[in-house]
Write a protein that binds this ligand. Structure first.
Ligand code: SF4
Length: 287
């Protein structure tokens, strides 16, 4: 099949574009998201929460290409055979594109790797998610923004997961830019409207040299159940993920999220709703 804009062979079918037209389409979509939702001011310092995978590497590349002041931060959870490999890819990428990279780890910050923690407790994503969010916010305190690689599929999954679990606060937080709350570095998601497939093709066409492996703990997660269900549904109902996200954003306009009552954790001083933050609670439970 040929591109809908020229006579070149198509590399992507919906929309039907050749390599060059797909790259233009994708980059315009990301630029338009940044403009439409006022994600970034010209002089903002941005740290990209990297994993070494396709999504965050794409964000890092595009923000650098668009001329923003950008650096990379990766959290090494300590997942042998997975994160160690993606970090090798990320180091090579950062060297090639001259981006400053900082690596922080669960081992140094909490005394144990995730693999080791899971010998005691088997809740990988709860532990991992809490510690990752904690470290990202703490290590990004000198930046104006944290950019993440969340794509359309991730966000549609998050909306559905939080609806199913009636987690209203997290549901209201799913948007291209988080609201300003004291103690939290605002987060932006430039790939909010890009599907996982689009990001994968873009990363391949741009030859970023990233792998496409998934975390070995993904299989047993609630997110994976929701992801499979949404992918099945999308097969016969195209644009259902995009429709879900657009409905959600319309719904968000009617709410003002109030995130009050944060205080400082008595152990680490990071913002917390309770006297001891969730990360310190989990870390203490391993001692
Ligand atoms: Fe962490 Fe779970 Fe994601 Fe693996 S799948 S990186 S354990 S949150």
């Amino acid at each position: 099949m040929n591109c809908s804009k020229c006579s070149e062979k198509a590399v992507f079918l919906k929309p039907c574009f050749c390599k060059n037209h797909f790259i233009n389409y994708f980059e315009n979509k990301v630029s338009n998201t940044i403009k439409k939702f006022s994600l970034i001011d010209k002089n903002d310092s941005i740290v990209v929460a990297c994993s070494g995978g396709k999504d965050s590497t794409t964000v890092l590349y595009l923000l650098k290409k668009l001329g923003f002041n950008v650096e990379a931060l990766v959290v090494d959870e300590g997942i042998v055979g997975y994160r160690d490999k993606t970090i090798v890819d990320l180091k090579m990428f950062c060297k090639k594109f001259d981006v400053k990279l900082r690596i922080v780890s669960f081992s140094k910050s909490f005394g144990k790797s995730l693999d080791t923690m899971l010998k005691q407790k088997n809740h990988p994503c709860t532990i991992c998610g809490t510690f990752r969010r904690y470290l990202l916010n703490k290590c990004a305190s000198n930046y104006d923004l944290i950019a993440t690689g969340h794509n359309l599929d991730d966000e549609a999954q998050a909306v559905l997961m939080n609806l199913i679990k009636s987690n209203t606060e997290l549901l209201l937080r799913s948007s291209p830019k988080s609201q300003k709350v004291e103690g939290f570095v605002p987060r932006i998601k430039p790939l909010y409207f890009c599907s996982e497939k689009e990001v994968a093709i873009y990363a391949l066409l741009k030859n970023f040299g990233v792998g496409f492996t998934e975390c070995p703990y993904m299989d047993g997660s609630f997110r994976n159940v929701v992801r499979t269900a949404l992918n099945d549904y999308e097969q016969n109902n195209s644009c259902s993920k995009l429709n879900l996200i657009n409905k959600h954003l319309n719904f968000l306009k009617t709410f003002v999220l109030e995130r009050k009552n944060f205080r400082s954790c008595k152990f680490c001083s990071e913002p917390s709703k309770e006297s001891v933050c969730k990360a310190c609670q989990i870390a203490k439970s391993f001692k």
